[in-house]
Design a protein around this ligand. Sequence first.
Ligand code: NAP
Length: 493
Amino acid sequence: MSRQRTSDLEVAIIGAGFGGLGTAIQLKQHGIEDFLVFEKTAGVGGTWWVNRYPGCACDVPSHLYSFSFAPNPDWTRRYAPRTEIQAYLESLVDRFRLEAHIRVRTGITQATWSEREQRWQLNDASGRKWRARVLVAALGGLSRPAWPDIPGLDDFAGEIVHSQQWNENLKLAGRRVAVIGTGASAVQLVPHVAREAKRLDIYQRTPNWILPRPDRAIGPRRRALYRRQPWLQKLARFGIWAISELRVPAFLWSNRLAAGHRWLAHRHRRRQVRDPELREQLKPDYDIGCKRVLLANDFYPVFDQRHVELVTDGIARIGPDAITDTGGQRRVVDTIILATGFKAVDPVPEGLIAGRGGCDLGKCWHSGPEAYKGTAVAGFPNLFMLLGPNTALGHNSVVMMIESQIRYLLAALDHMRAHGIETLEVRAEAQQRWNDMLARRMEGTVWTAGGCQSWYLHPETGRNSTLWPGFTLGFRQRLSRFDPEHYLATKSA
Ligand code: NAP
């Protein structure tokens, strides 16, 4: 009986990170109870559950990197560590009574649109089947780790770990360690690794723009004040958001507007790196913002330690116990840490989501993902994505984008209910126009003309399919109402 009830759903959500949990909360608050959140890991949290490398934290202030409809007055730091963000997300389950709606350790292996039933059919890893009218894919834009294609990587006999698949039993003390990559994850984990390792080689392919991290503790008095006067916390949130939005013109229109940030970054490097040659090697030669700008206070000082070496020659090959660089130097190593990022331009695994005519989302996006408003995809009826194509940000909190998308989803569900609509599918022309608009707005931005290669861009087409080229407010306005004129609708019989 209960199996019968749970196998048919109004809404199925894949993923219990910020996107999935936010959707669950808002569905409930909207009076919709017939939904489940499927999560393949053993707990909620998404990226904050999965990424467990030492030093993992968020580089967006926590008062903004949290839901507007679920504020947390108790953040203990301006930039909360992973554990605190994870605890916040876990607390939402109790706070909004989501327990009965969440299935952890339940990875959806396939979601297929059934023409006959006009429903999504879902299979989970244990073989159970589910059916849902609406599918919400809250998979996260950065959930698939990218393993580098370096000759000999598979021959390495020591321990090898990707930053996103951290092994909590990994022993670093007394080891010779190599970290490959110097991006957002690397700058957070490297200081911790340097403290333990006997020797640390850091392989840098491209230097990054690094700004000081203005982190500080939020004391008990301030926290009590936020609890008593929630409007003050809202004001703080608004201030952080508004200041972050001010970065957009420098990214979109003229990088000259980022002169202040450039100066700050150069001063930070000059102050923290004493050796002039090293300082030069760590100096980026492209426009600030072209790659994600990093915040770190304890990364540069690592290079002052005698057991740490910055390697700027490329990696020629990896052998069973050593890495050889393109200059021919061989460095013996016991452990390799890959801080090499994610498959951002290939976010949906092949075989996971199949739309009309069995069209596989992972395959049909082979030249880079495309959607309408980052949320709907032509050929995939009743599918809504969170943090889909062109919704990532280089300047502000993606939680703002998720909230805009959830609002749009709720408006679509209201529209379906009000008009007896069985299926909604975005028109291909509307999707095309949206992507033409994105392409126009990308022209001349720091991401396409800033002189760097980044994970924002598709490696073959060069198209930016990851970032939203604008203000978060602009995105919010565009998603503020559901626009049925851009959808094909079928009515219930
Ligand atoms: P990433 O920024 O893409 O950095 C990957 C690093 O690996 C880069 O330095 C890259 O060099 C290097 N690399 C990749 N393949 C390589 C190869 N074959 N040989 C040598 N080097 C190679 O990845 P990430 O640091 O994991 O961060 C990804 C994103 O996750 C961030 O931009 C951010 O959006 C998010 N993140 C956020 C936080 C936060 O605090 N909110 C923390 C961590 C991550 P190139 O630069 O030359 O490509």
